[in-house]
Design a protein. Sequence first.
Length: 477
Amino acid sequence: MSKRFSTLDTTRLLFEHPRILFRLIERMDRHESRYILESDLLQEVLSYSAPLGKADKDRLRLALNTDNLFRSGLVIDIVKAEGERRLVFQDALINLMRACNASLYQELTDARLRGHLVTLRDVRNRLEVSSFNNADPDFTELRDDLNERVSQLIGLLRQNVLRMQTVSAQLADLSGDASRAPERFLEFRQNLFEQIVTLYDRHIKPTLVFLNPDSRLPDGSNLFETLNGMVQQLERNDHHELADQLFRSAISLNALYKPIQTIAQEVEHFLRKTRQGMVQYNAMEHFYGQLRTLKDETETLSLRRKWLEGADFARGTGFLIGLRAQQRPKHYAFGASTSYYQLLFSELSLRLADLKRAAEVPQLASLSAASRDSRVDVERIQKLYQWLETLPLRPTEDLVQELHGRLDGFIDGYRAPDLLAALNRLVNSPPAGFQVITSNRFRTLSTGQDPQQQFVYRKRRLAATTTQATAEEKTHA
């Protein structure tokens, strides 16, 4: 009697050595078949187990023997045709292996999507004549069938999105010859165009149409019209919990439309690339694939592998050399303190007040160096003083900078002497409830009229008096 392995032990060996089934599934998808040839399985096991030790080699060859796979239930049927044996594996095992490798996800075709839609329409028609009674076994079976089919559809579409998101690597593989054979670029581009158009027409476009809530189908309602019809039927018959669950499923399906639309735009953009653009695209995709490999090494059961082992990658590419010597980009973030928001809202209030007072802004008479008139200077200063008396101010750390920001670009004919006059007025006659505090620190200011001309001034701070500060605290309280 030959050695036998249980289903659990055989499955454990398959997942300890997943590359065997990965390659067989790739070959199965390439030939668009639903079975695996026994000769392919034997050849793959022999080539994979050749470098292993004797014990591991014997264990693997015994476990993946056709008889053991059939007795353990992982192979559900053996078909003899055209002088060869074809092994049909459990769909659950194949789907689980696909879930472990995103590149093995199958793109949904128009026929498969239409099959799911026809099934949901049939469930809707059966729901119309259902009793909606939980004691009726026909209704409970129909309810479970509906939940299973909707969940299965969401799972397939999510896998399809993950598979399509790897289209960048697939496009890089298709365009790899462009950088190696520039003299055949036109011929290569034609072949590439045909392959990508097939990918777009057979997989991406049908999925876009299937998930588009505004699509109109000649043979009946679209996906979301079908789901909404079942939701309304369930609500009319007081099955609100099931209706809410189905409604949330429809929202999840609708959310899958945008990432697939982004993938379609990426494919269209790739078709417009020149040869140089393809070479650059392939280079970026090549190094991105290396980083993905380093990341996959951290997704193991070892708790020590939490960081990328990227030292060799950094030295080999030169991308990151000297990166630590560069300063990190400074970011702007909102503060978390109450005073920060009070200052922000105060600034917004002052800006809005200035805009409302735009009609009251004085038109200061312009002066020229050739004709100076003391009367013009007096009128100019008087208008400026009158406007300053009605100007709302708040405590600030730099009064000169604050006045410059309020005057520059807001008053026609503004010039540096106007700033000096306004500052002198506020220093000698500060607003009610405020005081001007002069420090020994100096700063520079550019008025914008001449970029080369800068003014050095002593920093002055406008602070609220004790009475004013107490009143503000009571107001905020």
